[in-house]
Design a binder for this molecule. Structure first.
Ligand SMILES: O=c1ccn([C@@H]2O[C@H](COP(=O)(O)OP(=O)(O)O[C@H]3O[C@H](CO)[C@H](O)[C@H](O)[C@H]3O)[C@@H](O)[C@H]2O)c(=O)[nH]1
Length: 256
């Protein structure tokens, strides 16, 4: 998110090109995955799919995802041949249960979970908690974390819906999340339990563009797609730790 504020044009290009290419998309069923930043500053929680989008988007990343959703809506209303599902997924974390495939961000992780796991494995000294004065259960930011295996299954379910004999017509958005919000302190504690390691942290100032809380109502995906998240926070942390502890340096061979 921080990076995208500075690399605006590259970000728009990167995000929009694979979505519509040169504007002449050849295939009719499209699964698209915008993050919850399309909702902007939450007007209510939990976020439902009918929450306004695009209002108060705090960064170019969220705006670009919103623009693309609008383009896809226009596309969907231009012809009945279009079947488009937008999966608005919340904060993806976790790894493949084998511990062979996991998250390995370039440089210093921007997101909380990979940062915590790199502290746990000894690659970084301590987690910086971005603010403890939000209006949340313990003052730190609250998010709806979802295991990547659930997320993957959500995409398979959406594709099944798009490719079945009677696919939906037009544009439809679904939230993918667990519906439960966890704070930064709860994440640190849960990861500490999974890794059996102490995770040092320090509270610093708020990060620009962050909101206090974001979590969703994922009941529409359950009702209409038959999808719901199976994995809870403990499993997200256990699988992340299995990957991180087996691959201290991620996919790379040297520290950087
Ligand atoms: O080092 C860190 C990193 C994050 N946080 C806090 O942890 C929470 C989660 O932050 P993340 O950066 O992991 O995720 P965000 O909610 O900021 O969401 C961003 O990352 C998500 C992926 O995990 C999605 O891409 C989303 O659209 C994008 O805005 C926030 O309260 C943030 O302030 C910290 O305290 N310290």
């Amino acid at each position: 998110m921080r990076e995208t504020t500075y690399l605006l044009s590259e970000q728009y290009h990167r995000i929009s090109k694979p979505t519509t290419g040169d504007g002449r998309v050849q295939t009719a069923p499209i699964p698209y995955s915008p993050p919850p930043t399309v909702y902007g500053l939450p007007q209510y929680l939990p976020l439902t799919e009918s929450h306004p989008t695009g209002q108060g988007c705090t960064n170019p990343y969220g705006k670009s995802k919103f623009f693309i959703e609008e383009m896809l809506k226009d596309l969907a209303s231009s012809s009945q041949k279009w079947s488009i599902i937008a999966l608005r997924y919340f904060n993806p974390v976790g790894s493949h249960p084998s511990g062979e495939i996991g998250e390995d961000p370039n440089g210093i992780p921007n997101n909380l979970m990979p940062y915590i796991s790199q502290v746990a494995v000894g690659r970084r000294k301590k987690v910086q908690v971005f603010g403890n004065d939000y209006d949340t259960k313990d003052g730190s930011g609250v998010r709806d974390y979802i295991h990547i295996m659930d997320l993957a299954q959500g995409h398979v379910t959406a594709l099944d819906k798009l490719l079945c004999d009677k696919p939906l017509s037009g544009f439809k958005a679904y939230n993918l999340g667990t519906g439960t919000g966890y704070s930064v302190f709860e994440m640190i504690e849960a990861f500490s339990k999974a890794s059996k390691r102490t995770i040092p942290y320090e509270v610093v100032g708020r990060r620009e563009g962050d909101i206090a809380s974001s979590y969703c109502d994922a009941s529409l995906a359950k009702t209409e797609l038959g999808w719901e998240a199976k994995y809870g926070l403990d499993r997200m942390c256990e699988d992340t730790w299995r990957w991180q502890s087996k691959n201290t340096l991620g996919y790379r061979k040297i520290f950087y």
